[in-house]
Ligand binder design. Structure first.
Ligand SMILES: [Zn+2]
Ligand SMILES: [Zn+2]
Length: 135
């Protein structure tokens, strides 16, 4: 697990008041690559990653449920203009529960290594492990 990226998500989420406690790294299920391009609509809580090795597309978390209604997905780019990332998701849970309260999506640019949270939204998925299994 990428500890630098994880600590970025923890820091960001602490400032947001819902602290991320569980994490998962995105890995392509087809070719096992960990480098992706990313498109997102933060307002709609939707993100899709595109594998840079096999071009496979995957809707992150529960994005598939909402993808149909989303008019526009925005391409994520680093401040260095590169657009290939390692991706990690973090979730904050309701207290004493396994249910998700808030979702964070962190990226690390593979070119310049800059990392940070590129999107976060309210997500009330029941059972966080299933959500993280689909990052
Ligand atoms: Zn792939
Ligand atoms: Zn960069």
């Amino acid at each position: 697990m990428n500890t630098k990226l994880r600590s970025q998500i923890v820091k960001y989420s602490t400032e947001n008041a819902y602290i991320a406690e569980h994490f998962a790294t995105a890995i392509c299920s087809t070719c096992r690559s960990e480098v992706f391009r990313l498109v997102m609509n933060e307002d709609e809580g939707v993100a899709v990653r595109i594998c840079t090795s096999c071009e496979g597309e995957h809707a992150i978390g529960d994005s598939n449920e909402y993808l149909e209604d989303v008019e526009e997905l925005y391409r994520i780019e680093c401040t260095c203009d590169a657009n290939q990332f390692k991706i990690m998701a973090g979730v904050a849970l309701y207290e004493g529960s396994e249910d998700v309260r808030w979702f964070y999506l962190g990226c690390e640019c593979v070119k310049c290594r800059l990392s940070g949270v590129y999107g976060d939204w309210k997500n009330e998925f029941i059972g966080y492990q299933a959500l993280l299994d689909n990052v």
